[in-house]
Design a protein around this ligand. Structure first.
Ligand code: ADP
Ligand code: MG
Ligand code: MG
Length: 249
């Protein structure tokens, strides 16, 4: 599904990603961990096509296409979803209205007919029940005054509606209580299928108590310096990052 080769990316003069290699296959959940400042959010942002970042070397293939050639909205239409670290507040725009336009943009790109109000209502109802989200949350302005848990519930609902092929979740965990983490984890587990894949970026092992990743990677100084299975996350929890840092440095 996703093949990243020797990816280098900079912000201004500063090189942040310094040769990332990563392969994600359908049906897999990958966790990307690593100390603060190692480039985890940068990687997520580069994959989603956010500006500010300049890719200076390497390639990213997503379902046979050169991802780096696509605009952010094209990437979304191809099936990439990025749950932002700090979801934006959009005053006056409800989650449902935001999602209606997002869904129809994607459909337009794919050459499909737009969905009408009746179809949306039906689909939203199904997805709400599926990820256990309350109607009242959806009619409120997007993320305005949402608690951490509500933001996460909302994010999972967006994921359920947009039904991405590759979901990228960037969780700083800061400000996330255990309930919020559980909401994310339950959502990810529920939406996991043999047709999609998930990359979960996280600072702490805690989240992985609930999401069981197929692979765990440690990003440090812009490179994946270690990869393993769930056991690696447990080892990190026990030993911290210093042993990895000293191996690399
Ligand atoms: P992580 O998510 O692993 O904590 P980031 O990707 O956020 O790491 O940051 C990696 C490095 O890039 C850090 O040194 C950070 O200071 C730097 N950085 C991130 N965003 C910017 C920016 N907009 N301008 C300058 N430097 C940035
Ligand atoms: Mg950070
Ligand atoms: Mg980060």
């Amino acid at each position: 599904m996703l093949l990243i080769k020797n990816l280098h990316a900079s912000i201004g003069e500063k090189e942040i990603l310094r040769g990332i290699d990563l392969e994600v296959k359908t049906g897999e959940v990958h966790a990307i961990m690593g100390p603060n400042g190692s480039g985890k959010s940068t990687l997520a942002s580069v994959l989603a096509g956010r500006e500010d970042y300049e890719v200076t070397e390497g390639s990213v293939n997503f379902l046979g296409k050169d991802l780096l050639d696509l605009a952010p909205e094209e990437r979304a239409a191809e099936g990439i979803f990025l749950a932002f670290q700090y979801p934006v507040e959009i005053p006056g725009v409800s989650t449902t209205n935001f999602l209606k336009s997002a869904v129809n943009e994607i459909r337009k790109y794919r050459g499909e007919e737009p969905m009408d109000a009746v179809q949306f209502l039906k689909m939203f109802k199904e997805k709400m029940a599926y990820v256990n989200i309350d109607q009242s949350l959806l009619s409120r302005a997007l993320n305005e005054g949402f608690s951490g848990g509500e933001k996460k519930r909302n994010e999972i609902f967006q994921m359920a509606v947009l039904d991405p092929k590759l979901a990228i979740l960037d969780e700083t965990d800061s400000g996330l209580d255990i309930d919020a983490l559980r909401i994310v984890a339950e959502g990810v587990n529920k939406l996991k299928s043999p047709e999609n894949a998930t990359i979960v970026v996280t600072h702490y092992q805690r989240l992985l108590d609930y999401i069981v990743p197929d692979f765990v990677h440690v990003l440090y100084k812009g490179r994946i310096v270690k990869s393993g299975t769930k056991e690696l996350a447990l080892e990190l929890e026990e030993r911290g990052y210093d042993w990895i840092k000293s191996q690399v440095d």
